[in-house]
Design a protein around this ligand. Structure first.
Ligand SMILES: Cc1ncc(COP(=O)(O)O)c(C=O)c1O
Length: 370
């Protein structure tokens, strides 16, 4: 099976882990051991902002960022429903109420118009998600947020290497949250990072990461243990160094797939922009007019041919049992339609050109039979 994504780990990562094990320093009480500190320095340069705070998952990054932004019980947070469930979990864990807004059908990203319509006097933050690695449309979202003094917490879990208006993804939000889960563009097994230019938010995230402390055993705010280990950070240092090479391979595979697929009028290919470039975390197409059953049948047949095509995400969050029971009904037509018609194809660095051609031919043949 050609998996949809997989970690690319080499001898350098293995040696980096061995070095940490031999050093005996596996973590640090206040969260910044030598490898974590080096990783954070490198990550803040990569993200184009002043602060990077390493944590132990992307979900923790989102939760810590929302806590630092001051989300508390009763506060409403606007976010898309067409994302991985962690985006909404973090809002609920921080005490906030998720208010799901619809997506733009061309990009699958939070629609600025729908965001504006979802505003109430209880809205405290907006969480745009860079789904599939395409940066959210931050400029209009910033204008909406600025009017009411709302925080923008960007979910950059999938956007390592993406840019928006010439800057790295996340750099134009108040605070951005990244995942280093094994299957992401770079990974540390589990891991996450919060990035921001705001000194106050950075300090709060650092405190949340270690029990609300600046000084040991003196909790000043509510915190938890979201520390990244030295082993994770050592892997992260190497992976971040390799990101340009990984990105190049993904971008080349994406362009080869586009050349193969653009002859079909049955599918909508990933959108192109002059001022935004994706990380190519996922290469996602929409099968125009397909029912959910037809889309799922194609995925199933791709699996039978050894291709790990997947639908991200087949169930929008507002339709999941927990969210339906606790947060009620949302009318999200574009989200519900996209969830039935999208499918993603493998383009990760370990895929070969021959495999890309095989993926394209197989997919086009299955579409013909529809
Ligand atoms: C959009 C999105 N948000 C949040 C997360 C959560 O990250 P993690 O799995 O590292 O907790 C992920 C990845 O899994 C994701 O894809």
């Amino acid at each position: 099976m050609i998996p949809i994504n997989m970690p690319k780990i080499g001898e350098e990562e293995i040696q980096a882990v061995v070095k940490v094990m031999r050093s005996g320093v596996l973590t640090s009480g206040l969260g910044a051991g030598p490898n974590v500190s080096e990783f954070e320095k490198n990550y803040s340069e990569f993200a184009g902002v002043n602060h990077a705070i390493a944590v132990n998952t992307g979900t923790a990054a989102l939760h810590a960022a929302l806590m630092a932004a001051g989300i508390k019980a009763g506060d409403e947070v606007i976010l898309p429903s067409f994302t991985f469930v962690a985006t909404a979990e973090a809002v609920v864990l921080a005490g906030g109420k998720p208010v799901f807004a619809d997506i733009d059908p061309q990009t699958y990203l939070l629609s600025p118009d729908a965001t504006e319509k979802a505003l109430t006097n209880k809205t405290k933050a907006i969480v745009p998600v860079d789904l599939y690695g395409l940066p959210a449309d931050i400029k209009p979202i910033r204008e909406i947020a600025a009017k009411d003094g709302l925080a923008i917490v960007e979910d950059c879990a999938q956007s390592h290497g993406a840019t928006y208006m010439g800057k790295p993804a996340g750099a134009q939000a108040d605070i951005a949250c990244w995942s280093l889960y094994a299957a992401k563009n770079i990974g540390t097994g589990e891991g996450g990072v919060v990035t921001t230019d705001n000194d106050d938010l950075a300090e709060k995230v650092r405190m949340v990461r270690t029990h609300g402390e600046k000084v040991k055993y003196q909790s000043q705010i509510l915190g938890t243990n979201y520390r990244m280990t030295e082993i994770q950070a050592a892997i992260g240092i190497v992976q971040l160094r390799k990101l340009p090479e990984f990105f190049e391979a993904r971008a080349q595979h994406a362009s080869r797939l586009t050349q193969n697929l653009e002859k079909s009028d049955k599918i909508m290919l990933p959108p192109k922009f002059a001022n935004r470039s994706p990380s190519w975390y996922l290469y996602t197409v929409r099968i125009i007019d397909a029912t959910e059953k037809e889309r799922n049948a194609i995925i199933e047949e791709m699996h039978q041919k050894g291709i790990g095509a997947e639908a991200y995400y087949p169930t929008p969050i507002h339709q999941m049992p927990y969210y339906k029971e606790n947060f009620g009904h949302f009318n999200l037509l574009e989200t519900e339609k996209a969830a039935k018609q999208v499918l993603s194809l493998p383009i990760h660095p370990a895929v070969t050109d021959e495999q890309i051609d095989f993926i394209a031919t197989t997919f086009l043949n299955l579409l013909q039979r529809q």
